[in-house]
Design a binder for this molecule. Structure first.
Ligand SMILES: [Zn+2]
Length: 643
């Protein structure tokens, strides 16, 4: 059956120039029409082939009973049950930014008393849609919710890109035997007890519509992150280090940061406070809170913020807290406790959760603005009976929810959180996650080879996430007190290496982490650090939008990326590296359609954004050829403007 509205029956529609979706609301809810237009004009395509008997919009399993959200017209011979809900209320909201609908659905007789809302939010000026469910217990007894599933998606439909928020969600292609080749995103391992009056929010399915081209899919993923986690468009240029011998040396780092435009100086690992006890460093803060507040004020006076590494769930064996509260640790099967490692041993559902939150709130009161953390390990079951979680298995979900709340609270306070978690965390408020590199790179390779290899990994990861929400790791000087080699040992005397390292971060769109007590050690290195921070700030609105690869890095030829923003002019900047030891030429195709080109528009380029603009010859697809000659070991950029 083709997608279409059912004639004579009432429908609610969300529509923009890329997406139209209608739900019939007679006798239950059902999507009856869902079409997309990948370029915002021309042909409408069916987003999916609508089957009237399919649980298309969602599914909830309560006390073992499957409750399809959609109305289902049941050919009884297929053994299908009727839709479980009727439409009780429809709430609609329209702003300049988005149109939103909530269908409130009541359960049919003799079914679990859970009220379900299906939410849809369509952005007015972007090809993006968010859908999610909320489930509310309206009965007098508890229900066990073991499945939340949202609309099926077709991996075969190459004009759509999907991301998800939430706990442990995965797509299982072909997981519905009736419709092979279909993915149904659903929460797996969900064991949630819903008490009377409680509400449970599902993950969100984030959908973008784009042309069938892998570069458009990259752009769509970058757009999805920036649209639904807009705080990731506001990253801070962050320097971190450890091993300051006293507060005066730390202030010196802050002064240097201020001189070149670094926005955050972060006290790395156990530099600011101890693991577990979360006691302030006596070396840096002999007068405790007073000293931290004074330091934050000192930094603020120079437009620099102070950040702390705060091991979210880590307490080392020799700390006082563990002697007082050994029972706050995760308890594994057979009475085993976990090694703190780099992830954590403390269960957030125990007293540790409140202890940590109180300490964090106090730290923020003193003026700290950025937090960097590891963990928590919410994949672990926990058998400790006195923690807040209901069972060993629900510990995973409860601890995940604890961290979700933590990230949301921090976002509401304007605090930036860096955490090595997975991408769904960004939509809960995490500011940055790891960037695609491995820290092992730092202790194996050296010199330009290392930096180039490192860059190739960062660039490759652009296919999944924009650089604005990830960090790299540029090490300068002595790393871990000299225990590891750095990218740049001696900045003043290694200008080529320093510039490539800086451009591999700031030129690629990474603001963090610039690691070292002193990013520069003389006038030449200071000028280089300032040059690339100035570059970042000048093109911030391009670097926090779409980033496409022009050529992947190797040691043999030129490589580069193109940052662009269709809402800006200058609309793009290409950053090109020559890591080799000879002059090289290269011809790059600059795809200006990603920068907002439309037929008839002209464009021009300026090297380093200075001097005379040179007109670019564009083909009928908005592609420009950029011919570049680059001396050995140079990095340069070209700014592109529409006429
Ligand atoms: Zn526990």
């Amino acid at each position: 059956m083709p997608a279409q509205k059912l004639s004579g029956l009432p429908h609610i529609t969300l529509e923009n120039q890329w997406i139209t979706r209608s739900w019939c609301i007679a006798d239950g809810l059902a999507t009856t029409d869902y079409r997309i237009r990948p370029r915002g004009r021309g042909l409408w395509l069916e987003a999916m082939h609508w089957h009237p008997w399919w649980d298309l919009d969602g599914m909830i399993t309560a006390d073992g009973v499957n409750l399809p959200v959609s109305r289902m017209v049941d050919p009884p011979e297929l053994g299908m049950i009727r839709g479980a809900f009727s439409v009780k209320d429809i709430r609609q909201e329209k702003t300049d930014h988005a149109q939103q609908v909530e269908f409130v659905l009541s359960p049919a007789e003799n079914l679990p008393l859970v009220e379900v809302s299906l939410h849809g939010k369509l952005l007015n000026h972007e090809p993006m849609l968010r859908t999610w469910l909320t489930v509310r217990n309206i009965g007098k007894k508890e229900y066990k919710i073991t499945r939340l599933a949202l609309e099926a998606v077709y991996p075969m439909r190459k004009e759509m890109e999907f991301m998800q928020t939430g706990f442990d969600t995965e797509c299982f292609p072909g997981n519905d035997q009736r419709f092979p080749g279909v993915s149904i995103p659903r929460t797996v391992h969900l064991r949630k007890t819903l008490k009377p009056g409680e509400t449970l929010e599902s993950f969100s399915l984030l959908t973008a519509v784009c042309p069938t081209d892998y570069r458009w899919h990259v752009a769509a993923r970058h757009d999805l992150v920036h649209a639904f986690a807009p705080h990731t468009c506001r990253p801070k240029i962050l320097q971190q280090a450890e091993g300051w011998k006293d507060i005066d040396e730390l202030k010196q780092s802050i002064n240097e940061a201020a001189e070149v435009g670094v926005q955050v100086v972060l006290l790395f690992v156990a530099e600011g406070w101890s693991y577990g006890d979360l006691e302030l460093s006596e070396i840096l803060f002999p007068n405790g809170d007073t000293d931290v507040k004074a330091l934050c004020d000192y930094a603020a006076g120079r437009d620099v913020q102070i950040g702390f590494y705060v091991g979210e769930c880590i307490a080392l064996p020799d700390c006082k807290l563990l002697k007082d509260h050994p029972d706050w640790q995760f308890l594994g099967i057979g009475g085993r406790r976990y090694d703190p490692g780099g992830i954590g041993n403390m269960c957030p559902s125990s007293g540790w959760g409140n202890h940590f939150r109180k300490k964090i709130d106090h730290l923020l009161d003193l003026g700290v603005k950025v937090l960097q953390t590891d963990g928590p390990p919410y994949g672990q079951v926990c058998h400790e009976k006195d923690h807040g979680h209901r069972s060993p298995e629900t510990a995973c979900l409860d601890n995940w929810a604890w961290e979700q709340q933590f990230n949301r609270d921090m976002l509401a306070k304007g605090i930036v959180v860096q955490t090595p978690a997975w991408p769904s965390r960004l939509f809960d408020g995490a500011g940055q996650i790891g960037g695609g590199y491995t820290e092992d790179d730092m202790s194996v390779l050296k010199g330009l080879d290392q930096i180039t290899q490192f860059r190739s990994n960062l660039v490759a990861a652009n296919d999944q996430l924009p650089p604005s929400c990830r960090w790299g790791f540029m090490s300068v000087g002595k790393m871990y007190g000299g225990a590891r080699p750095s990218m740049v040992d001696d900045p003043e005397n290694e200008p080529v290496r320093l510039e490539h390292a800086l451009a591999t971060h700031l030129g690629l769109g990474f603001t963090a982490c610039l690691h070292g007590k002193h990013l520069f050690t003389g006038p030449q290195s200071k000028a280089l650090v300032k040059k690339w921070i100035d570059f970042y700030n000048r093109y911030r609105s391009l670097l926090t939008c779409r980033t496409l690869t022009l050529r992947s890095p190797d040691m043999h030829g030129l490589d580069g990326v193109f940052h662009c923003n269709p809402k800006e002019n200058p609309c793009g900047v290409a950053v090109i590296f020559n890591p080799s030891d000879r002059e090289q030429t290269g011809t790059f195709i600059i795809p200006l359609e990603f920068a907002g080109w439309s037929p008839g528009r002209s464009a021009a380029v300026r090297r380093h954004g200075e001097g005379q603009s040179i007109p670019l010859a564009l083909d009928d697809q908005g592609q420009a050829l950029l011919e570049i000659r680059l001396p050995a070991e140079k990095v340069e950029w070209w700014e592109i403007c529409f006429g």
